[in-house]
Write a protein that binds this ligand. Structure first.
Ligand code: FDA
Length: 394
């Protein structure tokens, strides 16, 4: 039987950050993972370049049943703290758009930073280890694993969410929370592409691969202005991934196809400047031509020379282009989702330490908790921040 101060379950972003912090405090720390190697989601993130944080990180970029919960951790370990860390390790990076920071070379550099820090902090790591049971007694937590029994004073759960089961995602953290009497809020896929109903899928099939700048609004009023991508199965691209986290089945999404224009004024201007040109021709300068053709074929737009439209008709066209509505069939689910919404109820945890209020010594950090960031490096920042604070106390 092995005795150790802290066991961290999950060698992902949050777990590795927490482990090094606890190690630097002089705690003996063991990180256990069922996978063959650490940080697999980090390695594939950001197209292999890891969007590791966002300059604009703040509580506004997170979904949580208690919107105040994430404030403490985000304020105590900020995006600048993580930037300073990667600077100290000589990792080169660049800002892409909207404050998103990516590695110049490879996401592996971020995993290397975390592993180097764990090494300096004296943290041990053990892979391909299954946890068969966890119990608590007077000595602490007793873990029965496929590689033997471990007793620890503090147990940190950093097993992530359900997205990408191919990468080894498991519901372990949620089940453990429930075993210890903590509430777990229903989970669903977030930052995930939409699938379309058969008729829409067929209508827009030829647009697969076409991307356009839009502003998408969910029925709760949340709006994102980014690119939308047509795919073979439906819709993707940053604007769609963002809005998917705010979408519930049966709800429509509202898409402004020309978000940078006062559309009615533009239509009137085009009618004056090019009275003989057809709507299709005029709109084809602003939108993908094939898309305009499809809208005409579907009867959503009537096509004739600009001079023939009266004011009411121009108004109808402006409304269609500014509030084009689609009813998604669903999402692609956990198979392709970047994150899992819901999870361990934050009411069960201290926002300062991430410790379960009713179970001293038990901590939950990272994506397993009901805190989900927007697309853009926010989810890693939550992993770093929540992992860091837990590491100061566990
Ligand atoms: P994470 O999933 O990283 O780690 C959990 C660990 O627990 C894993 O190592 C797993 O093997 C282990 N584990 C699970 N079950 C276990 C069990 N039963 N026993 C033992 N170990 C177990 N975010 C962002 O900010 N910027 C980005 O660029 C991207 N890009 C991106 C791309 C893709 C394709 C995905 C799927 C996700 C992203 N994300 C992202 C989201 C980001 O990857 C995610 O939010 C963090 O990895 C969450 O960190 P955690 O440490 O909580 O879980």
């Amino acid at each position: 039987m092995m005795r150790i101060d802290v066991v961290v379950i999950g060698a992902g972003a949050a777990g590795l950050m927490c482990a090094q912090q606890a190690g630097y405090r002089g705690r003996s720390v063991l990180v256990i993972d069922n996978a063959k190697k650490p940080g697999r989601k980090i390695l594939i993130s950001g197209g292999g370049r890891c969007n590791f944080t966002n300059h604009q990180t703040g509580p506004q970029a997170f979904l949580c049943t208690n919107p105040h919960f994430c404030k403490s951790a985000l304020a105590r370990y900020t995006q600048q703290d993580f930037i300073d860390l990667v600077d100290r390790h000589g990792v080169n990076y660049h800002e892409k758009t909207l404050g998103q920071l990516f590695c110049d070379e490879s996401a592996k550099e971020i995993v290397d930073v975390l592993l180097t820090e764990c090494d300096w902090a004296g943290v041990s790591l053990q892979f391909q280890t299954e946890i068969l049971s966890v119990t608590k007694n007077d000595e602490g937590f007793v873990l029965l694993t496929s590689k033997g029994e471990i007793v620890c004073q503090s147990l940190v759960v950093a097993t992530g969410g359900l997205s990408m089961p191919k990468l080894g995602a498991t519901p372990f953290g949620y089940k453990l929370a429930e075993q210890f009497g903590l509430d777990v809020l229903p989970t669903r896929a977030g930052l995930v592409p939409f699938t379309l109903h058969q008729a829409d899928k067929e209508a827009f099939a030829s647009l697969a691969g076409v991307s356009l700048p839009v502003a998408v609004t969910a029925e709760d009023g949340t709006r994102f202005k980014e690119a939308m991508l047509f795919t073979h199965r439906g819709l993707s691209g940053p604007a769609i991934l963002q809005i998917s986290s705010f979408w519930l089945p049966g709800e429509k999404i509202h898409i402004n196809l020309l978000p940078d224009l006062d559309i009615l004024a533009a239509l009137k201007g085009w009618a004056q400047a090019h009275p003989a040109q057809e709507l299709k021709t005029v709109l084809g300068r602003e939108l993908p031509k094939r898309f305009v053709d499809i809208l005409v074929d579907l009867g959503q737009l009537s096509n004739k020379p600009m001079r023939q439209y009266n004011e009411r008709e121009l108004d109808t066209i402006a409304t269609l282009l500014g509030d084009w509505q689609l009813l998604p069939n669903g999402t692609e689910g956990y198979r392709t989702a970047e994150v899992t919404l819901g999870g361990v109820d934050t009411n069960e945890l201290s926002s300062k330490t991430m410790e379960a209020r009713q179970v001293p010594g038990l901590y939950f950090i990272g994506e397993v908790v009901d805190v989900t960031g927007w697309l853009g490096g926010y989810n890693f920042q939550w992993a770093w921040s929540s992992g860091w604070v837990a590491g100061q106390y566990c």
